[in-house]
Design a protein. Structure first.
Ligand code: BJ8
Length: 423
């Protein structure tokens, strides 16, 4: 790996602690990813990104800043990247997915909180993640209570802009989110010093739509049997999409999709035909949280779809490109983003409908509904998910976990028994 120490130092990072993080990742990535057989050649790009995960993209973002651009760090798929891209900025996803950051997060947050929030704040306050350090502004959103309160703590240390998310889906809520996007656009223009025009926003909407379509092609390839790619590999591609350059993301995903489609034509797969197919739903799986997929795919089944924010919710539904005014474009963005069925909405029948629809589309034999500990929103929805799947005759296993590895064997036992039960 190239030496990025000077850059990390300039970003104000804690190099000693960061070395410990960098030392652990190659081993776990090697064990989980590089042990797979017959992986698509297109995954070499994503392996390379992981090998340079705290170097190559942060260096691009540093360069963007030197050239006058701004970096916006985000924690939720409701934040419209299009607006930032249109103003010459870059968006980088910041959700923490590693146990490494949790103890640092617990210094400023109660321990009885979701690990995603604790890891995110731990990465910021521990100064061990260049994506946090390089961000000019954090963009929070009023989704769950834990995140809402955590942004107050983050905001005391770095400029943090809060988007006021609707909690329902009535016509006035769509209108509210249109207004929220418009206010966000004002802030982005102030921070970047770039005036937003309908032409620039139109181009950015088109670019992000292209990225969504490319990601969708890769995911769609998983409808085939045998599967041309593992669930683990698709999860990795999707996680990397949150911080990569959008044009390159689309290009690499399209190249991977070409390869997968050719594999499907040849009937070539990474698991034997007839391998049990699992749809995963629940809380997001932020990089490098690969635990669940790894256990499933080393227990005789394969993950064929993720109804989560690091899955279908990230790329389903395109923004209508026909609007020619900023007002019309904000409305179109609102219409698209409000189709996301996060458990923060009440009532939220759309999520259950999505799970059933996707289970059919991807021909899932069973669903694993896995939530992070202390996430009340998704925990409460477990019963409605289970009831709907029971009605459809789709077996479902509900699990709860965190980022630590100490429950891996217990999870393996339960997941193994579930897969066996699928026949
Ligand atoms: S749109 S899922 S990215 S809010 S897991 S932090 S909800 S306590 S992440 Fe999310 Fe946006 Fe919704 Fe998606 Fe809170 Fe639950 Fe933790 Fe969560």
């Amino acid at each position: 790996m190239t030496d990025y120490r000077d850059m990390w130092q300039d970003l104000g990072m804690d190099l000693e602690t960061h070395d410990l993080l960098c030392a652990a990742l190659p081993q776990s990535f090697g064990d989980i990813y590089l042990t797979q057989e017959n992986r698509p050649e297109g995954m070499a790009f994503y392996d390379f990104v992981v090998s340079e995960i705290h170097g190559i993209r942060p260096a691009e973002l540093v360069k963007l800043k030197e050239d006058g651009g701004k970096v916006f760090g985000t924690f939720c798929v409701f934040v419209p990247d299009e607006v930032v891209v249109a103003c010459g900025g870059a968006v980088t996803g910041l959700c923490g997915g590693s146990q490494f950051w949790v103890p640092e997060g617990e210094k400023v947050l109660p321990s009885g909180m979701c690990p995603l929030i604790k890891a995110s704040l731990g990465a910021h306050f521990g100064k061990t993640c260049p994506y946090f350090s390089v961000s000019d502004v954090y963009v929070g959103e009023t989704t769950c209570d834990g995140k809402k309160k955590a942004y107050e703590i983050l905001g005391a240390d770095k400029q943090t802009y809060l988007m006021d998310m609707p909690q329902m889906k009535r016509p006035q809520d769509y209108e509210k989110w249109t207004g929220g996007i418009s206010a966000f656009a004002r802030m982005v223009q102030e921070v970047t010093g770039v005036e937003l025009t309908a032409e620039k926003l139109g181009d950015a909407i088109h670019l992000i739509n292209e990225k969504r379509q490319a990601l969708a092609r890769v995911h769609a390839a998983r409808k085939a049997d045998p599967l041309p790619i593992s669930g683990k590999d698709v999860l990795l591609m999707t996680q990397i999409a949150f911080f990569d350059d959008p044009a390159r993301c689309a290009q690499m995903a399209n190249a991977l999709a070409d390869e997968l489609e050719a594999r499907i034509e040849r009937g070539e797969g990474v698991f034997p035909k007839g391998t049990k197919r699992i749809l995963v739903t629940g809380t997001p799986l932020a990089i490098p949280n690969w635990k669940l997929h790894h256990i499933i795919e080393t227990s005789g089944a394969a993950v064929v779809c993720e109804e989560i924010c690091t899955g279908t919710r990230y790329f389903e539904h395109l923004v209508d490109e026909s609007a020619t005014t900023l007002e019309g474009q904000f409305q179109a963005l609102s219409d698209r983003y409000m189709q996301n069925n996060c458990a923060c909405f009440t009532p939220n029948p759309g999520r259950v409908e999505d799970i059933v629809r996707l289970a059919r589309e991807y021909r899932a034999d069973g669903v694993i509904d896995c939530n992070l500990k202390f996430c009340t929103l998704y925990d409460v929805e477990k019963s409605s998910v289970a009831a709907a799947l029971e009605q459809e005759g789709i077996p479902c296993l509900a699990l709860e976990t965190d980022y630590a590895d100490n429950d891996s064997e217990q999870l393996r036992t339960r997941i193994g028994a579930f897969i066996e039960m699928l026949g």
